[in-house]
Design a protein around this ligand. Sequence first.
Ligand SMILES: Cc1ncc(COP(=O)(O)O)c(C=O)c1O
Length: 355
Amino acid sequence: MPPEVLAQAADEMLDWPDAQGKRCGMGVMEMSHRGKQFQSIYEQAEADAREVLGVPPEFCILFMQGGGLAENAILPLNLAKMGMADFVLSGSWSEKSFNEAQKYCDAQVAASGKADRYTTVVPPTQWQLRKHASYVHVCSNETIHGVEFQQLPDLKALGSDAELVIDFSSHVASRAVDWGRVGLAFGGAQKNLGPAGVTLVVVRKDLLGHALPICPSAFNYQLVAQNQSMYNTPPTFAIYMLGLVLQWVKRQGGVAAMESRAVQRAQLIYDTIDSSSLYYNPVDKNWRSRMNIPFFLRDTSLDAAFLAGANERGLLQLKGHKSVGGMRASMYNAMPMEGALTLADYLREFEKSHA
Ligand SMILES: Cc1ncc(COP(=O)(O)O)c(C=O)c1O
């Protein structure tokens, strides 16, 4: 979270001020979601999401609950009108999406990078896409394996009429989305957009209204859209925080500024790792993530000392995900360049002292 957003939330916690600075006598957590105060917070957050992410008018923006994992079920329940969905497996998250969707539709793997331990992605021209699939699911940034699509696949050019669905949870608002190629995008807010508890769904309007009869009403995209994401009580505080983060992104210069910072941070860390003989990153250079950089020490007996030294310097949460081990530097939008510089210095220093 950007510190100035946290400071603003702290200032407004007990008594929220409106756009004119007039305090209303209650905090956001105490507001009715149907009252005029929260209504204005919601409308501003939605407008800012549209502006920051460049969402065209033919798409609607939904704020849902359940996180990315719930969307793995909600998606086939809403979109698998032909009963079929194809999946591109590029890491743990797309694998989870595929496993969940199998419960609700005929899900099939169009391509899998598993044999390469998810260090690369099968090129789109080699994907086995089915003619009647309703959608093709791609995780555009694999948070655990550190694999990121540098551009979204053009399904039409690949001869497919399916809709492209992207899970952009862990790199949303760090690069522009080519909405012309996308039918639906979803992401939990908790990396680049705010705290956990709200899931952003951006869906083209013509895809609404095809839910299976067993789809729970609260997860029916059309009902959620018709009710301005208030079919049931929305996660009001998380939406408010997401709104503050989006305003911060705008003040910084928008997604273009976020992207250029991400490129600089990632370049520095990859260069440091690639020029070292102690660390390595196994991911194909064409698919390396700017947000999540997994790396390993060639001598794993040094892992504990590396992490202890990092903690002493305030470099926190560097331990890799338990499923892959090693280390992972997750550098989301709010990470200042100084964070990346401190990490690069520490990487070099630790290597020198263990040469
Ligand atoms: C790319 C991606 N998809 C889905 C998820 C799951 O999100 P949630 O924990 O909000 O269900 C995560 C969580 O880290 C993620 O990184």
